[in-house]
Write a protein that binds this ligand. Structure first.
Ligand code: ADP
Ligand code: NI
Length: 217
């Protein structure tokens, strides 16, 4: 990345930080920061376009269906890139990643992502599992007034994005509907290796959770 591009990244990071100020569903600036760091780590030495990776990592949640109306978010992303005079081709690539990075249900076909997009998606997914993922799942559930767990409501396998989006299930169900599936859906080898350890940590957490549920230990 050249000096001009580094300057753009710095200014956009500042704006994104402001944008996600006060966010309480686990999609706050520090989620973006971690995804940004992880993306850089995964991109290192791979030949991926770092400028595209960093821009997409920073803006990946701005058009997320859970947080905003996607079309509105996309307009904001475009406006920010235009203001920084980012080349149209690059802006298009970044927008495409932001549009397609998000998980849409266990049995929903994922759109084809560029290599840069696959990196950002892996980073985003790594931050949805492990200790960070556990913290975020309950933060998200709480932000939507969902219970932690309800034994009467069984997890589902979603076959359409519409059903996945509609779900109001307890936070624990989300582990079975998405989080435990992510390890096998990583795009890059480096992310697959990192996901293994984070996955095991979630399994340990769930084992103890269910032991405590029935009052043992
Ligand atoms: P994605 O767009 O792929 O879902 P995000 O960056 O938006 O990725 O992160 C999703 C985060 O929100 C994860 O940490 C996930 O646990 C949380 N989340 C999303 N849906 C739910 C849900 N129904 N219950 C609990 N947590 C959820
Ligand atoms: Ni995210």
């Amino acid at each position: 990345m050249n000096i001009k591009e580094s300057g753009i990244i710095k200014r956009i990071a500042g704006k994104v930080k402001e944008h996600f100020q006060g966010e309480g569903s686990g999609h706050d600036w520090w989620h973006v920061y971690r995804v940004w760091r992880l993306s850089r780590q995964l991109a290192e030495g791979t030949g991926a376009d770092l400028f595209v990776v960093e821009l997409a990592a920073l803006m990946h949640d701005m058009a997320d269906h859970k947080l905003t109306i996607p079309e509105e978010g996309e307009k904001q992303i475009s406006a920010m890139l235009e203001k920084e005079e980012v080349a149209e081709g690059t802006a298009g690539e970044v927008l495409k990643i932001c549009r397609n990075v998000s998980f849409k249900g266990a049995d929903v076909d994922a759109s084809k992502l560029s290599y840069e997009g696959q990196i950002v998606q892996d980073a985003d997914r790594l931050d949805a599992i492990g200790a960070m993922g556990i913290a975020r799942a309950f933060a998200f559930g709480g932000s939507r007034h969902r219970p932690i767990y309800d034994p009467a409501i069984a997890p589902e396998r979603h076959t359409s994005f519409a059903d996945y989006k509609k779900s109001t299930a307890p936070a624990i169900n989300h582990f079975y509907e998405k989080l435990l599936l992510l390890k096998d859906r990583m795009n890059t080898g480096a992310a697959k290796r990192m996901a293994e350890q984070r996955h095991r940590f979630m399994e340990t957490f769930l084992e103890q959770f269910f032991r405590e549920w029935e009052g043992e230990r």
